[in-house]
Design a protein around this ligand. Structure first.
Ligand SMILES: [Zn+2]
Ligand SMILES: [Zn+2]
Length: 329
């Protein structure tokens, strides 16, 4: 019998299509492109490789002096403009805000043939420090309401450049998707007095069927109500609403688990295309009891279609517990 599962935090339903479930190993096909680790260390045509830097786009480099390990650069074709006031206009159906904000790229390594899952923990820590530093700077801009960190890895995930990088966008609004999650988390807190994410983490750690990796500070698990195969959340054990408020002393632990999870995907699923996002509370919401930041990793192994568009309900052709076991072993 197929099963509908509800995500406790978002209240979104998915269909776990167990009748036509595919075994996790069918997703281990190598992509048509070169595996990330098999590319050359340097590509003369790559704008992110050392020597090709477009210095006028550079925002910061880490370390600040000498040869860099990570860089933050402005997107050459930004979705938003840095200069200008936030002007709102409401007139009937016309509701607009000037498109001010930030759209930057975090180049995570000088090497063309590696990525967070193949780098060592100190190198991943430097990349994540760049996320954090830049996120805090953008958050200090009073026009900003939401900061979104994300990564497109591979073509099916939307990447146009192979060199390992993530992006950060600062928005003058709180997106509906974020507001929905905040409202559901608030509702759960109102009903139970507890953080829904802490509650989920407690269940995952009690059952351990879906946990794939953990350390002192973080736990990674395949989501009970995964909307797609190998849908993973990496969650801090400590309750904290904003990634920007992470204790910098915890960054190496965060780097450790991010590397661990992405390394598993790389070796077990042959470098799948995936998206990665950090979900965090809006910039101007104070630290609170109801929201809890986390990183979601979503491999792009199945395609969405009209049913998902028409219902918001996803059909997952794998059993989350099987996916977790496949990644764990
Ligand atoms: Zn490159
Ligand atoms: Zn929590």
């Amino acid at each position: 019998m197929p099963e509908l599962r509800q995500n406790l935090a978002t209240r979104e339903w998915v269909i776990i299509a167990s009748e036509r479930a595919r075994r996790p190993n069918v997703y281990a096909e190598a992509p048509e492109r070169l595996l990330s680790g098999n590319r050359p260390t340097f590509d003369p045509g790559c704008p992110f490789c050392p020597g090709n830097e477009e210095l006028d786009l550079e925002v910061s480099r880490h370390p600040a002096e000498g040869s860099w390990q990570a860089r933050v650069v402005r997107n050459k074709y930004p979705a938003l403009a840095e200069e200008g006031p936030v002007l709102r206009r409401n007139n009937g159906v016309v509701r607009t805000i000037t498109g001010v904000g930030y759209h930057e790229i975090i180049v995570e390594t000088p090497l063309h043939n590696t990525f967070l899952g193949l780098m060592d923990v100190p190198a991943v820590t430097i990349a994540l420090q760049a996320f954090l530093d830049r996120g805090r700077q953008i958050a200090a801009d009073p026009r900003m309401e939401q900061i979104v960190f994300f990564k497109n890895h591979g073509e099916r995930a939307g990447a146009s450049l192979a060199h390992a990088h993530s992006q950060v966008i600062g928005l003058p609004i709180v997106p509906g998707d974020v507001r929905h999650r905040i409202e559901e988390a608030r509702r759960f807190f109102d009903d139970t007095g507890q953080c829904v994410f802490c509650t989920m983490l407690e269940y995952e750690l009690a059952g351990r069927q879906r946990v794939i990796a953990e350390n002192e500070k973080f736990v990674a698990f395949v989501l009970y109500a995964s909307s797609s195969p190998f849908h993973i959340w990496i969650m801090p054990r400590d309750h904290r609403a904003s990634f920007l408020n992470i204790d910098p002393a915890d960054l190496p632990m965060f780097a450790d688990i991010v590397r661990n999870v992405l390394h598993r995907l790389y070796t077990r699923l042959n470098d799948p295309d995936y998206n990665l996002v950090i979900r965090s509370t809006p910039v101007k919401e104070p630290e609170n009891g109801y929201f809890h930041w986390y990183m979601a990793v979503v491999p792009r192994l199945s395609r969405t279609a009209g049913f998902e568009l028409g219902s918001g309900v996803w059909i997952n052709p794998t059993i989350p517990e099987d996916c977790a076991a496949f990644l764990r072993d």
